[in-house]
Each structure stands twice: as C-alpha cells, then as structure tokens.
Unconditional design. Structure first.
Length: 192
C-alpha cells in the first residue's frame, strides 16, 4: 500500500507502556516522529531518545492503508529515579563513567531475551569505554564478573565497591530483529 518502502514496522508493543497507551499496535508502520521521516529502527530510537520522559511526541503511522496521527507521552524512567536516591547522590557516578544508562527489565522483556535476569542498556555515550567495546542501546547485561545482575541498583552497588582502574568482565546478550540472540563477553575498565 505504501508508495515506497519507508517507515519502521512495529512487530510487538509492550503492554502498559507509552506506545500501548497511545494506541499503537503490532503491525503498525511508523512513518514520522515529530514530522521527521523514519526508515530505520535506530533512527526511530534516536528521535524518541532525544526527548525527555513526560514529553509528548507526535507520530505518523500507516495502518490499514491509511496514514494516522498519534501523540505519545513518554514514560518516566522510574528505575533510574529510584536508583539515584538523594541519600546516596554518588550512586550513579561509576555507571556514568562507563557511559551507559540502564533500567530494570520486565518479565516479558526477559522472556524475549530468554533470560531469567538482566538489565537493559537505554543509551550509550558514543565517546565512552562502553561504546568502544561495542555496547549499544537495547543490549542486556546479565552477568558481571560471573555474578548474575538482577537490578540496576545492584549493578551500581557492585561498581561503587570497585576502585577506579578495575577491569569488569561483563556478559552481554543482544537480540536481533529476527528474534535470534547472541552472547558476548566484554571487558570494561572503570576510568581512573
């Protein structure tokens, strides 16, 4: 039905999340975000990621042969807010030094990655050690130094006990658009 192959196909929508609340359904094709054309999933993520939780963004969607307009209110990142409690203002520091933003995962997301535990990468600073090691948004950290990672706060506590210069052995799982997954081991040094 589309004149040319554009847009990003939505294969599934997490229940209760921003897209679900706005009425986006699996099978929709997202054509535009805030009036800008999108053709690749990473382009969609970048445009959405440029906004803050609580912001409203407009989407143009192709459904049933018609273009439709939706407004999505972006979810707050509650896990991060909880992880950086005021009584421990330095909680985020070492995660920040690695250059990654993280959040806890829901059971449905863990099932998609075929994992029992893990935390997902929301964003990677492109100049950081994590980016140099190939970590990217959407990857899941499920072990650190051989120990299971259950939550962001647990990961932060572990990092805060480490000295600058320590090398971390991190196990990552990536998931691809065809549903397949692959694991890799990454060594990250906490910057001095």
């Amino acid at each position: 039905g589309l004149e040319k192959p554009i847009g990003v196909f939505i294969s599934n929508v997490l229940p209760g999340k921003a897209a679900d609340k706005a009425g986006i359904v699996a099978g929709d094709v997202i054509l535009k975000v805030e009036g800008k054309d999108v053709n690749q999933p990473n382009q969609l993520q970048a445009l959405v990621g440029a906004h803050n939780p609580g912001d409203k963004i407009s989407l143009q969607v192709w459904r049933d042969g018609k273009k439709r307009d939706f407004t999505i209110k972006l979810e707050g990142r509650e896990e991060q807010a909880v992880a950086a409690k005021e009584d421990k203002p330095k909680k985020q520091e070492k995660v920040g030094l690695l250059g990654i933003q993280l959040r806890d995962m829901e059971a449905q997301e863990l099932r998609q990655f075929e994992l029992d535990n893990g935390i997902i990468i929301l964003d990677v600073d492109q100049t950081s050690p994590a980016a140099k090691e190939g970590l990217r948004r959407g990857d899941v950290i499920f072990k650190i130094d051989g120990e299971k990672v259950e939550s962001v706060s647990e990961f932060q506590d572990y990092l805060n006990d480490k000295k600058a210069g320590a090398i971390l052995k991190i196990q990552i799982r990536s998931r691809y658009s065809d549903g397949s997954t692959s694991d890799r081991l990454v060594f990250l040094q906490i910057p001095k």
